[in-house]
Each structure stands twice: as structure tokens, then as C-alpha cells.
Design a protein around this ligand. Sequence first.
Ligand code: SAM
Length: 362
Amino acid sequence: MSTTTATQAIDGSISLSNRLRQPERMQSDALQIAHELKDRAQGLVDALEGPTDTNRDLAILEAQANVRSSARELERLTIQPSDFLFQLSVSQQLGCTFWNHEISHQNGYDIRDLNIYNWMMYMAKETAPTVAHFVKASERWPGSEDKTETAYSLSRGTDLSFFDHINASSERANEFGTFDWASLGTAVVVDVGGGGGDASVSLAEKFADLTFVVQDLPSAIETARDLARLLPKNVAERIQFQEHDFFEPQPVVKEHAVYLLRMILHDWPDHDCVKILQQLSASMQNGSRIIIMDMVLPRPGSTSLEYEAVLRQKDLVMRQNFNAKEREREEWEVLVAKVGMGIAHVATPQGSQHSVLEVFKI
Ligand SMILES: C[S@@+](CC[C@H](N)C(=O)[O-])C[C@H]1O[C@@H](n2cnc3c(N)ncnc32)[C@H](O)[C@@H]1O
């Protein structure tokens, strides 16, 4: 193995171990040994990169033996689901070069790939607890075909079915809960660039006094209207669909109207956002406001590396697709100030990547 390969492997494992060094995993033996393994692997790299003298070969042999010993210890452990990823990441990056580890060779995943990493985190956090409760659930409800008597519901301590539980705790439900929609009374919510109207439908189901106008380009509105035929009457009768280009003057002009921009502005560079906001500003009346639901990027280093990487990856996707971007709080402030507006409130619901920004005309 070249020293470059070794160094890359170590670098990779160091950044991964930082990403995975969450408090809930600190207690396990596996983690301790994995850290020891990492240190010992670093020792091997040092030995390999060390000065070429008579002690070098001995140092390499000794370091290699240390690595093997930690690796064997790690392999002997029964590893908890949350530790599995850590072991896998270490063995992926170190193991395949130092020893033949079954998992790394069989699966061939590169855990440095964020998608693979996210998938594995999902498996460990979401799927593993369900799997772990399968036997108990089978014992408690032998042969049950009831949607609420599952390993999933047992593992989450809920009486709800999978989908009801997901919906009750979903990011969207959470996200919408951040703003006091009920306080608007009988206002109209204009869902600007509302797509299929999903956001309006979710809100209409919860807030019976609100009415909605979902605006989008003609083809999107056509599809949305088709889908709306499936909605229950008490929801459908409060949602209108309207073809509207948000670069054109806003047709809904009403006191207390709320203009919802959900996942819109991140698709556009600043100069286009200014045009979109100017059209809304021109139509805003007494008590009107804009609710922006979009990402507010954390300042570099202010959150975990892993979380920041996920968000910044989305920032790159915006750049790659639209020459647009995700914005930090200061960037949002500068943007809305360009159209004479200010941000009254920013809230980031727990578990959501989106924030809710309440924007008023100054
Ligand atoms: C990322 S989607 C967001 C949809 C919706 N707001 C949501 O939260 O699910 C962006 C939406 O903007 C719409 N859009 C793009 N350009 C538009 C324009 N010039 N006028 C109105 N809508 C537009 C797209 O059709 C699409 O539905």
C-alpha cells in the first residue's frame, strides 16, 4: 500500500469519525476500539512515512501488529446497530487495505459518498430499531394483520400505523407548525409557485378559516386541478388554482393576504428574487406579509460537519441547476432589504431543514 493511499484512508476515517462522534454512540465498546484502531492506523501511516533508517521496518511491523490486534478485537464484538456504521466506515477505509474484511468486500460501498452515507444513516436510525423489535412484535401480536400492530409501532411506542405516525411527525407538519396560522383568522393564503398545491392542502386540512389561491405556470396548474378532484369537499372548496407567472404583477390584492413562497427563492439568483419580491411588494396591503419557507444555511462551523455537509450539498445543487443558491440569514436580510422589506421572525423547526421567515414591508 502506498503511503498516499494510507493517508487518504486515514483522512477519510478521521472526518467520518468526527461526523459520527455523536454522544449516543460514545458509550459503546465498539466505538472505543474503533478510535484505538484509528490511532493505531495513524501510527502505521507515521511508520510508513517515517525516515528510512534501520528502525523503520521494525516500527512498521509493530504498528501493523497493533492495527491487527485492534481490528480483531473489533470483529469479536457484538456491535449495536448504531455502531455498525462506524465499524463499517472504518473497515471500508482501512480494512480493505489492511485486512480482508467481509463487509467491505462484499458490499463495495464507499461511505465517503454522501448518498451512501445518508442511506446507511437512515438504515441505522430508522430501519434498525424496527428490525430489532420484530421478534417482540411477533410475540405480542402473533399473526396480526393490523397496521398498528407492527415492529415499527412497537419500536416507536405508538398506537399509530406507519404512515399515520410519519405524517404526524413529518418535517412538513413540523415546518408548518412553526408559524401561527390560526392567528390569521379568515385570511387568504396565496401559494405563489405552489406547484401541486401540497402545502395549501396540508394547511387547509388543519385551518378551516383559511382560504387558498395556488398559483403556478399553466401546466403545473392543470395537473394540480386534476389532483384536486380527489380532495374532500371541505378542503377543495377553499382552494382555488390560478395560472400566474410570479414575474408578472400579482393578481391577488387583499388586506391581510399572506404570500407563501415555499421552496421558490432558492431556485433563483438574487436579481430574479428581487423581481419576484417586487411584484409581491406592489400588491401588499394593510396586514399583508410574506412567509418564506426555505433553507437558512448555518454559518460554517456552527453545526455538526455532517449536517452542514448535507445542507451545503443542496446549495451546490442549486448552483449547478439554476445558478441559484441556498442562503445564510444575513443573505436573506440583504435580499429582502433590497425591496424595502425586513425579516420579523425566523424559526427553524426541529428536524426540518427548512426555516420559516416572516417578512414585512418596512
Ligand atoms: C421547487 S417547486 C416548489 C413548489 C411548492 N411551492 C412546494 O413547496 O412544493 C418550484 C415551483 O415554482 C414554479 N415556477 C417556476 N417558475 C415559475 C414562474 N415564473 N411563475 C410561477 N411559478 C413558477 C414551478 O412550476 C414549481 O412548481
